[in-house]
Write a new protein. Structure first.
Length: 327
């Protein structure tokens, strides 16, 4: 599923109910225990239905669904100034109504991806976006329906597990890259801008080393948060199971996620070494939990304390089924 939030469905349906702790990792251009910050999000498909007509001969008879989508996007653009700084709204046209410009489009669908630092803020922002959709339909004389495609919660950190993983990561050291790995990384870095390389260090609150091709250090756990978050369905797991995540170097410093540079490095020896190293970090953390029952107990207590103030509510409606095979 593309952005289908599989783990959110699994959490909603009880697949993690008998799990004590969850340990995971994510590829990166650096080594660190994840700071467990992410944006809650939902993807909602808004479908506008109007009335087709000849765009030249009888435009007054038409009610354009495509106009509705464009009006909605304009409304969301004006909303951006008046929502929290960390919130985000993105969109993609799923159906623009056809390829004939001489026909008033009777149906069109836009997917709005709405993000917020937490579930409470997400709910509020979604309500505002829905009102914009209603307004667009009112202005264009169309009707609008919506369907939640997917949704994920923000990550919840777990201090006891993070401390345990940091200790194991420090003991293992960074990924053991060699000269050939560095040479390939240097070739990739020739395609990156200076600010791309600096961004990796900025996220770690460190002074940039523009000559370092591959990460040879492990970032400290208690580093300042420098902004910049994505979204992940691991977030929902972290609301029901104490969760910890490693970021492990698999690519050249400065490589941004979801770029051709990352794809080009995905099958390289350095990526394989990073993956194996991540497995060692995860296994060592699991062993620490198995030999010290107090670690699991304290991790569960930390999560329980958070949930006492912020109860979990799955952001995917119970009637929504996984979008297997859909866009």
């Amino acid at each position: 599923m593309v952005g289908g939030a599989a783990k959110t469905y699994m959490v909603r349906d009880g697949q993690f109910d008998d799990v004590d702790i969850a340990i995971t990792w994510h590829p990166a251009s650096f080594n660190a225990v994840d700071d467990m910050r992410s944006l809650a999000n939902t993807r909602i498909d808004f479908t506008f239905t109007g009335k087709a007509s000849h765009a030249a001969g009888a435009p007054e008879l038409g009610r354009s669904a495509l106009d509705s989508v464009e009006l909605m996007n304009i409304g969301v653009n004006y909303l951006r100034e008046h929502m929290p700084d960390a919130a985000r709204v993105h969109y993609a046209y799923l159906d623009a109504g056809g390829i004939a410009p001489n026909v008033v489009q009777a149906k069109a669908t836009v997917r709005q991806l709405i993000r917020s630092p937490d579930l409470q803020g997400l709910q509020s922002l979604v309500e505002r976006v829905r009102k914009i959709a209603d307004g667009a339909a009112l202005m264009s004389g169309t009707a609008v329906t919506s369907k939640v495609f997917s949704a994920v919660s923000n990550l919840i950190g777990n201090r006891p597990l993070s401390l345990a993983m940091q200790a194991e990561f420090d003991a293992l050291g960074p990924v053991p890259f060699d000269e050939q790995d560095a040479e390939f990384a240097d070739q990739i870095r020739q395609t990156l801008a200076r600010e791309d390389i600096g961004d990796t260090f900025h996220r770690l609150a460190m002074k940039p080393d523009y000559d370092l091709p591959l990460c040879n250090f492990i970032a400290p756990l208690d580093r300042p948060f420098m902004g910049g978050m994505g979204s992940t369905d691991v977030g929902d797991v972290s609301w029901v199971v104490p969760t910890v995540q490693a970021r492990v170097a698999t690519c050249a410093i400065g490589t941004a996620l979801h770029t051709w540079q990352q794809t080009a490095q995905g099958m390289a020896p350095a990526a394989h070494k990073g993956m194996l190293h991540a497995a060692k970090v995860m296994a060592a953390t699991a062993r620490a939990a198995l030999v010290d029952p107090n670690l699991i107990a304290s991790a569960k207590q930390a999560l329980a304390e958070h949930l006492a103030d912020y109860p979990y509510s799955c952001p995917i409606p119970p009637e929504t089924t996984p979008p297997v095979g859909e866009l």
